[in-house]
Design a binder for this molecule. Structure first.
Ligand code: 6GU
Length: 239
């Protein structure tokens, strides 16, 4: 997979070169390129924002540098991903779909957002997806881009040494993961649940399934009533 990330704070994306995505690059599974949006400005102050038409607080990112970025990066055929609190909720299922794409282009907005025509223009050229990490506001898309790329990259075929560990984790089966334990069997007066030491694999599987359901009911009851139809499109196909 090739992934381009455009930001006015390219240094924010440096962590992508380390740890997990860094490993994917060393393995040749990921070609990651971070771009400074300001290279596509032409005025002396390298301006990327201006006041909103219609009034209101804050600044809006001007369309011209983004238009030049989309041209220079030749986005046709790529999936353009825009992190924004007004996007569709980003989910594990979406991460899985994006992991199957050949190329992602992530546009990190700042301020009150990017001029809406940039998104309209990008959508006319290729597949566009606006995604939100959750119902809270970050100052810009960079941290969201880090999170979503990490979620996608670890799903790239050949990335995980042990693919079974992908299947068993939270959200892959629509439930939260059961609690996990390692040695020692007793620690500060707290014991590992006896069933996990029993060697009875059927009993262990049943205990874990029950723990997953209990946790999900307590913490995320919305997941138990979720009604995403099998095969429902999570990413709108390009027209
Ligand atoms: Cl994806 N972007 C920004 N700027 N804020 C967010 C978010 C994304 N998800 C939650 N808050």
């Amino acid at each position: 997979m090739r992934a381009d990330v455009v930001s006015i704070f390219p240094d924010y994306l440096r962590p992508l070169e380390l740890s997990l995505p860094g490993k994917a690059q060393q393995k040749g599974l990921l070609d990651l390129r971070v771009h400074d949006l300001r290279q596509w400005t032409h005025d002396r102050h390298r301006t990327v924002d201006d006041t909103p038409y219609g009034g209101g607080a804050g600044m809006v990112m001007r369309p011209e540098p983004w238009g030049e970025a989309l041209d220079a990066l030749e986005v046709e055929g790529a999936t353009v991903v825009v992190p924004t609190p007004s996007g569709r909720p980003f989910t594990q299922a979406m991460a899985r779909e994006l992991a199957g794409r050949d190329r992602l282009v992530v546009l990190c907005g700042r301020y009150e957002g990017i001029d809406a025509r940039v998104l309209e223009h990008a959508a006319a050229r290729t597949e566009l997806l606006e995604v939100s990490l959750g119902d809270y506001v970050l100052n810009g898309g960079e941290v969201a881009a880090l999170a979503l790329l990490e979620a996608v990259v670890r799903l790239l075929p050949g990335f995980m040494g042990n693919p079974a560990s992908l299947v068993e984790e939270s959200h892959e089966d629509g439930l939260l993961e059961y609690p996990v334990y390692t040695k020692p069997a007793a620690w500060r007066g707290l014991e590992v649940p006896a069933v996990l030491l029993s060697g009875d694999h059927g009993a262990i599987a049943a205990w874990r399934a029950a723990q997953s359901r209990r946790r999900t009911a307590e913490r995320r009851p919305d997941l138990l009533t979720a009604t995403t139809a099998p095969g429902e499109l999570l990413v709108r196909p390009a027209v």
